[in-house]
Design a protein around this ligand. Structure first.
Ligand SMILES: Nc1ncnc2c1ncn2[C@@H]1O[C@H](COP(=O)(O)OP(=O)(O)OP(=O)(O)O)[C@@H](O)[C@H]1O
Length: 340
């Protein structure tokens, strides 16, 4: 269990986060929202102005009692965006750097060899980082972290240095590594797909604060805020007001929708994912006119306007599998109710 209450002012920016999580937590947020700073406070690279950070029963930082463990004492495995391997050392030497100091020289070699085997790196012992692919470099960096037997893993944008094909392979490998690592993990990412695939819990950061935190499927199904909905891949978001127990009206689209659950009075907007529209859904159905179609490898991105839509409102987008439509419907459970 990781328990974080952390306040830190950095010039104009203010980090003010509070969360508890177990297992693999995904920290999702726009650029500059405080994701990396949160990791750095947990790792001990940044010192919060106040707060408390604990992992399991070990307190890393407590502003009130003055506890502030050094980076090495925290036993944190921090995977940097570009892995930070030593360029002049071989893969095996890089990994050996991670082995704990008290381990004797003769014991180091088998520890490194076992970890290289576990991460599929056998045969690459003598390669320097420049002679390794991006995915292999990432595995060497992970191996260097894991031989140190960390109490928590912090992964900062673990796929940002990889191309799409390699990302897919590395993500599958990392999922396996995380499954074996039965302690807490925090993964920073821009991508909701990465967060969804790797994490049990997702926290969305916005402007230095936790916007929403919850179980992955619950956050994905109802992100609650405009920021979270947009980060979860929702491109149709517009101001809305409650009109009945389960109904909402979107003035700019001139559309009323029925949701699957009760609408709270504080509703400020609705979101509809582009995949949620369908000509075959008979509910929440509205007449539309298509304004533009863009071919994608697996479908067509269709821009459309609703009947009576305000001229200044941007078109909506629908990811169509094929065919055209005069009306488009949305299942009530796909209406995202947004309160912030
Ligand atoms: N030393 C500093 N002084 C002032 N502001 C800072 C300092 N360091 C970071 N910031 C600001 O803190 C904010 C959060 O930075 P952080 O690196 O955590 O963002 P992030 O969410 O990880 O962004 P990205 O996704 O772009 O990496 C940013 O707005 C940044 O400009």
């Amino acid at each position: 269990m990781i328990d974080v209450q952390c306040y830190k002012r950095l010039g104009q920016f203010c980090l003010d986060v509070e969360f508890q999580a177990c297992g693999v937590l995904g920290l999702l947020g726009p650029s500059g929202s405080g994701k990396s700073k949160t990791l750095q406070c947990i790792a001990g690279i940044e010192r919060p102005d106040r707060g408390r950070i604990a992992v399991g029963n070990r307190v890393f930082f407590d502003g009130e009692t003055g506890v502030n463990l050094a980076v090495q004492e925290r036993r944190v495995g921090y995977l940097f965006q570009h892995y930070a391997l030593f360029p002049n050392m071989t893969a095996a030497e890089n990994i050996a750097c991670g082995v704990r100091r008290h381990v004797g020289r003769s014991e180091r070699r088998p520890i490194v060899a076992a970890m290289m085997e576990r991460l599929g790196l056998t045969g690459l012992e003598h390669h320097k980082p420049s002679q390794l692919s991006g995915g292999q470099q990432q595995r060497v960096a992970l191996a260097r972290i894991l031989v140190n037997e960390p109490d928590i893993l912090l992964l900062d944008e673990p796929f940002s240095a990889l191309d799409d094909a390699l990302k897919e392979q590395v993500m599958a490998e990392l999922t396996g590594v995380l499954r074996q690592f039965d302690k807490d993990v925090v993964v920073v990412t821009h991508s909701y797909e990465e967060a969804y695939r790797l994490c049990h819990t997702i926290a969305v950061l916005h402007d230095g604060r936790i916007d929403i935190i919850g179980e992955r499927d619950a956050v994905f199904a109802q992100p609650q805020s405009k920021t979270a909905a947009s980060l979860m891949g929702c491109r149709n978001i517009a101001p809305a007001r409650k009109t009945g127990r389960r109904t909402v009206f979107v003035p700019s689209w001139n559309c009323e929708f029925t949701a699957a659950c009760d609408v709270k009075d504080e509703l400020c907007a609705v979101g509809i994912r582009e995949r949620s529209f369908s000509p075959a859904v008979p509910v929440n159905s509205h007449a539309v006119s298509i304004t533009e179609e863009t071919k994608l490898p697996f479908g067509t991105l269709v821009a459309f306007r609703c009947d009576g839509q305000r001229p200044d409102a941007p078109p909506l987008v629908w990811l169509a599998e094929g065919g055209r439509a005069d009306t488009l419907g949305v299942r009530p459970e796909d209406i995202l109710l947004l309160y912030r």
